[in-house]
Design a protein around this ligand. Sequence first.
Ligand code: FE2
Ligand code: FE2
Length: 352
Amino acid sequence: MKGEPNRMDIIPMTTRRFRAEDKRIINNKSVDVNQLVPIRYQWAWEYYLKACANHWMPQEISMQRDVEQWKAAGGFTEDERRVIKRNLGFFSTADTLVANNILAIYKYVTAPECRQYLLRQAFEEAIHAHAYQYIPESLGMDEGEIFNMYREIPSIHDKDEFEARLTADLMSPDFETESFEGRQRLLGNLVGYYGIMEGIFFYTAFVMLLSFGRQNRMPGTCEQLQYILRDESMHLNFGLDLINAVKEENPELWTAGFQQSMAERFKQGVVLECRYGEDCLPNGLMGLTHELLREYVQHIADRRMEKIGLPKLYGSSNPFPWMSEVVDLRKEKNFFETRVTEYQTGGTLSWD
Ligand SMILES: [Fe+2]
Ligand SMILES: [Fe+2]
């Protein structure tokens, strides 16, 4: 009818209803991305539900003891202050880089169940960025120093640049996933962020900071990190499942050459992370050395690679078995002196 807006271009009207099996993780051609139901990717929906049950906010955690410890004369050696500041500096911008990348991949992930989780993850990254603002502010650190580390400290800059290039690639105007090459680039981005940034870079930083919590130092900071680690372990597992789902629906992408380039990407990530470990721990402290960190980095790199079907490269053992325990908060009621108990959805925390 004359004057009626052409609605067909945006949401075509139809009586044809799609079936769950018509959905595709990427490059969906036949299903409306706005229609969550019928659900096909139940696993992604489960991640979303579980993530929502883990809700927390940084300012619910007391930082009082941390402030006392941080300000006490002789409370920390210069080396200890360096480790704490470097890792907070790394995290303060890293979670924002991850959030930016979620926005870059969101458009190309066409399963609404996965998008639902990506939106939740993006919010969690905002909460983490909030925590990394709240901690230095509470401790009275020089925030300019912390937030500029990714521009000023080479070992942090190099890791972030390695990742940010992958985001820039997807954001470039000529990027698309219609082509074989474009789809491989998308998959390579997921490997770079979920496998390496969140799967490796984050974990060594957790080891260094949580080591203080194991000695009842920086208890508020470490409690926040426990929450963050719980979120991150879900991001990691979701991401690796997403990679496997893209592979399963697009097996032609997983060529020998592509596998080789992904193994190279992991190797490069391991080199960058080992350099970062050397930079953070020039002398070693609290039983942590950069040699042990290297073993740990190699160990977790192997695990991430195996999970997406790449052969492991290093065969190193885990020098920090306590990390796998701290990942699961529910089992870890007595890990630190101030303890998080089972989390209740609805925004309240309960304490021992
Ligand atoms: Fe995060
Ligand atoms: Fe994350």
